[in-house]
Design a protein around this ligand. Structure first.
Ligand SMILES: Cc1ncc(COP(=O)(O)O)c(C=O)c1O
Length: 428
């Protein structure tokens, strides 16, 4: 969303650029929308915390009674740190992954977290760790897709989940190891088309209804996340009530198929947070290349944020709204490429997944202008990195009454060097 230019100028002067700004009111509106469509009996929403794992955001979710989908041991610990309950009765935190890495298995066991396994060998891993209890199976239902091809969430080329025809074998392996399959789960992605999401969800419900009768311990079914956000038209509203009706009907269908009442879960990520986040950066220069035999010349607005801050455009050509702060909406525009400070030619925010650059019609900025990258609350800071050792940018939280909180500071060289050691490895 657009912010008051004077506020952005004051923040830039006090914290430096780039920085992230989260609007609490927007997150709360989105939480309220999800609460409304999951208000039916036996329907429960989670937050896929990978989208924005800041403690402040996790606390908002806890306060609203939204459960957590975590993907690593440390995500579980961050959710615990923010006040989300341990244990499986009910499973407030669920661990969904295709791999146990680092501390994940240990944390799952220590905090009694429901493991939602996406690979059959994870039953072996759990058994080897002495686990005998409830598990959930993440299923690859054979269909579904994300917003781009590289976010393939279901089908033969997707790495996620247990292929649906292998569910009986996974269940047999679980039973032999003293585990009970209590949940079936699939995440079929946030493709851009809402109607396609609805039809994919219905297809998934039918697939799960076929599997349910052979799972005697089944307690719940999760339809995953994937509620899209319209990045190109953030003010567009989705007919969310259709999802609400689908969830209620799905719970009925699945409960009938299982022969007992089941819980129906969803776990959106981006929908809660995407429009709440803005990456604010400063234009440091405007320069030009000239047309020659290799191609057309372009105007480059150089900014101090790069793909270390927001990787989505570089990683899969994602489109984010861009504004030159303080310019009127009707200001004349020209094609501008917005590029960052990193030593990587792909450090360009105006690109798509096929072309390196995709100039955007923008008012011509001047050095010193602030530029905002909009709708960056999901998979923004969460995916940021320390490439080129620049340090992650600070995150600022804006309350509706204007109160501002810095919820993470700018990383320093000391932060970057913190994990470096010079230890002799003996007896290896
Ligand atoms: C298992 C799982 N659940 C939920 C989500 C959230 O997806 P979205 O942010 O598109 O709602 C993801 C995204 O990667 C996921 O992998």
């Amino acid at each position: 969303m657009s912010h008051d230019p004077a506020l952005l100028q004051r923040l830039a002067a006090s914290t430096g650029t780039p920085f992230w700004l989260y609007d609490a009111a927007v997150i709360r509106q989105r939480i309220a929308a999800i609460k409304t469509i999951t208000s039916g009996e036996g329907v429960q929403a989670r937050f896929a915390m990978k989208a924005c794992p800041a403690t402040k955001v996790l606390q908002e979710m806890a306060a609203a009674g939204i459960w957590i989908d975590a993907v690593s041991g440390n995500e579980i610990l961050r959710a615990r740190h923010a006040g989300h309950a341990a244990g499986q009765e009910p499973p407030v935190i669920c661990y969904t992954s295709d791999v146990f890495r680092d501390n994940a298995l240990e944390v799952v066991l220590q905090h009694d977290i429901l493991p939602n396994i996406g690979s059959p060998g994870m039953i072996r891993d759990l058994a080897a760790a002495g686990y005998q209890g409830k598990i959930s199976l993440r299923v690859n239902p054979g269909f579904g897709h994300g917003h781009v091809n590289s976010c393939d969430t279901g089908g033969p080329s997707s790495k996620h989940g247990i292929w649906y025809t292998d569910v009986p074998a996974a269940q047999a392996a679980a039973t032999a190891a003293g585990m009970q399959v209590v949940m079936l789960h699939a995440h079929i992605g946030s493709g851009p088309q809402f109607d396609e999401l609805l039809s994919n969800l219905n297809r998934l419900v039918n697939e799960f209804a076929d599997l349910a009768p052979s799972l005697p311990h089944l307690e719940a079914v999760s339809l995953g996340g994937g509620i899209p956000h319209n990045y190109r038209d953030p003010s567009a509203t989705l007919p969310l009530e259709k999802l609400g009706a689908l969830f209620t009907a799905a719970r009925e269908t699945l409960s009938q198929a299982a022969g007992r009442p089941l819980r129906l879960e969803i776990e959106p990520g981006r929908y809660y947070v995407a429009p709440a986040g803005t990456l604010v950066t400063r234009v440091t220069d405007v320069k030009q290349t000239q047309t020659n035999e290799k191609g057309a010349g372009a105007t480059f607005a150089m900014v101090d944020a790069g793909f270390v801050d927001l990787v989505r455009p570089a990683m899969y050509g994602s489109w984010h709204g861009i504004e030159i702060v303080g310019r009127p909406a009707d200001a004349p525009t020209e094609p501008i490429v917005v590029a960052g400070p990193l030593c990587e030619s792909g450090d360009v925010f105006t690109r798509d997944d096929a072309e390196l650059i995709q100039p955007r019609d923008l008012p011509r900025p001047v050095p010193g202008d602030l530029l905002t990258l909009r709708d960056t609350g999901a998979y923004g800071y969460a995916m940021s990195s320390n490439y080129n050792s620049v340090g992650r940018a600070p995150q600022i939280w804006l309350e509706p009454d204007g109160t501002l909180l810095q919820i993470s500071r700018r990383e320093t060289l000391q932060d970057i060097l913190k994990a470096e050691t010079n230890e002799l490895l003996v007896d290896v």
